[in-house]
Write a protein that binds this ligand. Structure first.
Ligand SMILES: Nc1ncnc2c1ncn2[C@@H]1O[C@H](COP(=O)(O)OP(=O)(O)O)[C@@H](O)[C@H]1O
Ligand SMILES: [Mg+2]
Length: 271
């Protein structure tokens, strides 16, 4: 659905990404991981055509992304940015309705179909009850759900989210991850999420893309990507990777302090 072919990107001649090949398919949930400053946000911007690459090609449904009008891209891909400014006095419904702009000839000329998409987006994100509240009266978690609903109102085939769970409590984190996962499973969307929490990434994502030193260090299933060797290279820390007995997904424990391992198991793991 979306292909990156040998992409390189820079800011003011400082190289940020080099030789990136990527293939985003429908019905898969991708997690982009890697240290701060690794280029995760830049990669999302390249994927959505917000930033042009220095070299290489971005193909959306087989066609070069810069050949699409911006509104046409927005009908296929929706973005939940790392931080988004929303005019404080707008209501939740106003903000979610903004997601329909690619489909409208005139601004705010919404049709029945537009209204239906807005209602569905609010339903899916569970914010129906907030419809008439003003954005500045909401908690951080609720605000993020509104921004996600705005993206869903675009009825995208690919949903891109840049650290959507940062600064949220565990309940809201889970809600956003379950919702994204359901959109991928039930509606065949592709989701691409930048996420720092490796355990949540392992639990929810089908594929992980680990960025390090301008390149994709490794990508694949969480099992292939989350190895102590890869994590040592990318983050410079020692880790132990095991399986969580309850979720059956991988669990990463950072061992950079000697105290991280309990006395009773130190002999067993030769610490
Ligand atoms: N608009 C910009 N102008 C100049 N440098 C930038 C800009 N945006 C990001 N950078 C730099 O590019 C690098 C990668 O940034 P970013 O993609 O935001 O990383 P990440 O999202 O992985 O933390 C960082 O060194 C950052 O300082
Ligand atoms: Mg970022």
């Amino acid at each position: 659905m979306l292909k990156l072919l040998n992409i390189s990107a820079s800011y003011q001649d400082i190289p940020i990404l080099e030789n990136i090949y990527l293939n985003i398919s429908s019905k898969l949930f991708y997690g982009i991981i890697g240290p701060n400053g690794a280029g995760k946000t830049t990669l999302l911007k390249i994927m959505t055509g917000i930033k042009g690459p220095d070299a290489g090609e971005v193909l959306l449904q087989g066609k070069k992304i810069n050949r699409f009008a911006k509104k046409e891209v927005a009908k296929i891909m929706a973005v939940v940015p790392q931080s988004s400014f929303v005019p404080p006095l707008f209501t939740v419904e106003d903000v979610v309705s903004m997601g329909r702009y690619p489909f409208q000839q005139l601004r705010f000329s919404d049709s029945d179909a537009d209204r239906r998409c807005v209602d569905e987006a609010m339903e899916k994100t569970g914010i129906n009850g907030l419809r008439h509240r003003r954005i500045n009266e909401l908690s951080g978690g609720q605000r993020q759900e509104v921004i996600i609903a705005r993206a869903l109102a675009q009825t995208p085939q690919i949903l891109m989210l840049d650290e959507p769970t940062a600064n949220l409590d565990i309940k809201h984190q889970m809600k956003i991850l379950h919702l994204t996962s359901a959109l991928v499973r039930n509606e065949g969307m592709a989701a691409v999420m930048v996420i720092h929490d490796l355990n949540l990434a392992a639990r929810f994502c089908d594929r992980l893309i680990l960025l390090h030193d301008k390149k994709i260090l490794t990508m694949g299933t969480p099992e292939t990507v989350l190895t102590p060797a890869h994590l040592k290279t990318a983050y410079g820390v020692e880790t132990s990777v095991g399986e969580n007995p309850l979720t059956r997904s991988l669990e990463v424990t950072v061992l950079d302090k000697k105290g991280a391992v309990h006395e009773s198991v130190k002999q067993c793991v030769n610490y």
